[in-house]
Design a protein around this ligand. Structure first.
Ligand code: ASP
Length: 587
């Protein structure tokens, strides 16, 4: 810590500041008992505050009173201790500690609070049940790795602010109690007491407000914004999460991308995270999906997808020809020379099924360039030769092939590719790949609802002919780090007529559009500048930078994976009187 504490009755220095230069001086420190050791009549306490750890020593002869008190100390007790900074004997120097050359010979000790035995060891919480950690979050957050992650989160936010402030952005807050914004998820609703039967929605993002801020002439806006999305719990989602939300007026894609590259480059540099310098590569959605099966490709390793529809489309193997006849595709990956036992091939088939595929075809290339595979007998020689050629296969290689509808094939092979990458250690740990994915399709046909749906959100500007929705691309972009989407945004529609046509296309009639988004449509009437923006997922970024397994590790008070909060017990029932006031009845 850079700023020494103002001397008071508790302390005049941080624990971590008591280094060798301070030896011989008096100091007072405060903190938590990290560890206590009794040794040859002496009592040693490792005292911890946010800055680090310093060793306190209590001598029975010179300071009997403090020594007696120190006898009572237990882990996590809180104390204030004054004494003299003394050099340790050479054999007791701890080179792993900033304060390892000294100790504080305590003359005066004040115990400020005692602590019960913690419900889990703070030293190593690796095997501890997560709900227990969340239930006692204040204790969990005391642990060094958590302190470091939360501090990293702070630094990331501070760096983002510094770069954007230097570029004339204004930080502006937008409301939390608002009306539904469509980002494709369910809203959290807050019943309104003043208008029984009506609700506020918590924002899924500040999207419409930031667009209004552009109409208002603020030119450059950002916000560290909390967003709320009521999605079915998935492994690493939180009902509320934080975005760096940005919007700029009179910009094209390149302006937003360049600005965000400057922000993220500064963040990565400050955290010592090695990504290649910008400008970062751009890959079209079409290329990402055809090479990696997914729109957030992890490009750190090969095993790319290859199309086999043409050589296998007429195959006697019904699954192949059937998939193609039904408008699907056949794709495969060459997993390289690996001998997998049947049980593991079955496990890969199971994984394929979990991703919606009906099955997985596996084949080993033999020395004579024939295939060893359950379906080998259905394939002609030219078909086998073409597969081997397309997959650039050599004897010994394992080939994995999926035939299905396009999205299913992509998802399945992408999941298999990641699984094999992890299993065979193909993903370099110290290398990071970052890239933009661009030129997304604007709309996709929702078979169930029998209507077009926006791939990003309905405010994203499309390119192309609005009369042919399937052919439109959108002016959207995603930033992908090591296979994770860490940000996304778009150039927006700034013309009212275009916005109205897009609403129509999405099946939102004029009345509904006016009721839900009238405030945006009205604002577009009075001179809206061309504008665009982006939102960066702060939780995911910090998790990547700190190599945390889950975003819950970088949020001070997250919900559990189930969406519930073991700390406060939320969500919780309320008093019937409170419900009555809101015009609600419990079920
Ligand atoms: N509102 C979008 C989101 O939250 C981001 C953006 O378009 O700027 O994903």
């Amino acid at each position: 810590m850079k700023h020494a504490p103002r001397p008071n009755g508790y302390r005049d220095a941080w624990c971590g500041q008591l280094t060798a230069e301070r030896s011989g001086t008096a100091a007072r420190v405060s903190g938590w008992v990290h560890r206590r050791r009794d040794h040859g009549g002496l009592i040693f306490i490792d005292l911890r505050d946010r800055s680090g750890i310093v060793q306190l020593v209590f001598h029975p002869e010179t300071t009997p009173e403090a020594h007696v008190q120190a006898h009572k100390l237990r882990s996590e007790d809180v104390l204030s201790a004054a004494g003299t900074v003394a050099r340790r004997d050479p054999e007791n120097v701890n080179p792993n500690l900033a304060t390892g050359e000294v100790e504080l010979a305590v003359t005066q000790l004040e115990i400020l609070a005692d602590a019960d035995t913690p419900p889990f060891p703070l030293e190593d919480a690796s095997g501890v049940d997560e709900s227990l950690r969340l239930r006692h979050r204040a204790l969990d957050l005391r642990r060094a790795p958590m302190q470091e992650r939360i501090a990293a989160r702070h630094r990331v936010i501070a760096t983002m602010r510094e770069v954007l402030n230097a570029r004339d952005f204004l930080e502006i807050e937008t409301p939390y109690l608002t009306r539904s914004t469509p980002e494709g998820a369910r809203d959290y609703l807050v019943p309104a007491r003043i208008q029984p039967g009506s609700v506020y929605a918590l924002p899924q993002s500040p999207q419409l407000f930031k667009q209004l801020l552009m109409v208002a002439g603020f030119e450059r806006y950002y916000q560290i914004a909390r967003c709320f999305r009521d999605e079915d719990t998935r492994a690493d989602r939180q009902p509320e999460f934080t975005q760096l939300d940005v919007e700029m007026a009179f910009v094209e894609e390149d302006d937003v991308l360049e600005c965000m590259e400057a922000v993220m480059e500064a963040v990565f540099a400050r955290e010592g995270f090695a990504v290649p310098p910008p400008p970062w590569p751009r890959m079209t959605f079409a290329e990402a999906v055809s090479r990696f099966g997914i729109d957030r490709p992890d490009t750190r390793f090969g095993l790319e997808l290859k199309d086999l529809s043409e050589p296998l489309g007429q195959s006697r193997f019904q699954v192949f020809s059937g998939a193609l006849a039904a408008g699907g595709v056949i794709r495969g990956i060459n997993a390289g020379a690996r001998e997998l036992p049947r049980s593991e091939l079955d496990a890969l088939t199971e994984l394929a099924k979990q991703h919606g595929a009906k099955g997985l075809v596996w084949a080993f290339v033999q020395e004579d360039r024939a295939l060893r595979s359950p379906i080998a007998k259905f394939l002609s020689e030219p078909e086998v030769a073409a597969v081997i050629e397309r997959l650039e296969a050599s004897p010994g290689d394992l080939l994995l092939i999926v035939a299905d509808e396009l999205t299913t094939v992509g998802q399945t092979l992408s999941a298999l590719r990641m699984e094999l990458g992890r299993r065979f250690g193909l993903i370099p740990r110290e290398r990071h790949d970052i890239l933009w994915v661009v030129e997304f399709p604007a709309f996709f046909w929702d078979e169930g609802a029998q209507r077009w749906d926006a791939a990003h959100h309905p405010f994203t500007a499309p390119t192309g002919d609005l009369d042919d929705p399937g052919s439109l691309t959108s002016r959207a972009y995603d930033l992908v780090l090591d296979g994770a989407e860490i940000g996304g945004g778009s150039v927006r529609i700034h013309r009212r007529d275009v916005q109205q046509r897009v609403f129509e296309l999405l099946g939102i009639g004029p009345e509904e559009a006016q009721a839900r988004f009238g405030f945006l449509l009205d604002a577009l009437r009075y001179g809206a500048p061309p504008h665009g923006g982006i939102a960066m997922g702060l939780d995911r970024i910090v998790a990547a930078l700190t190599r945390a397994d889950s975003i819950r590790e970088v949020i001070a008070f997250p919900k559990a994976a189930s969406g519930a909060d073991p700390l406060t017990g939320a969500p919780a029932p309320v008093d019937p009187a409170q419900l009555r006031e809101l015009g609600l009845r419990s079920l």
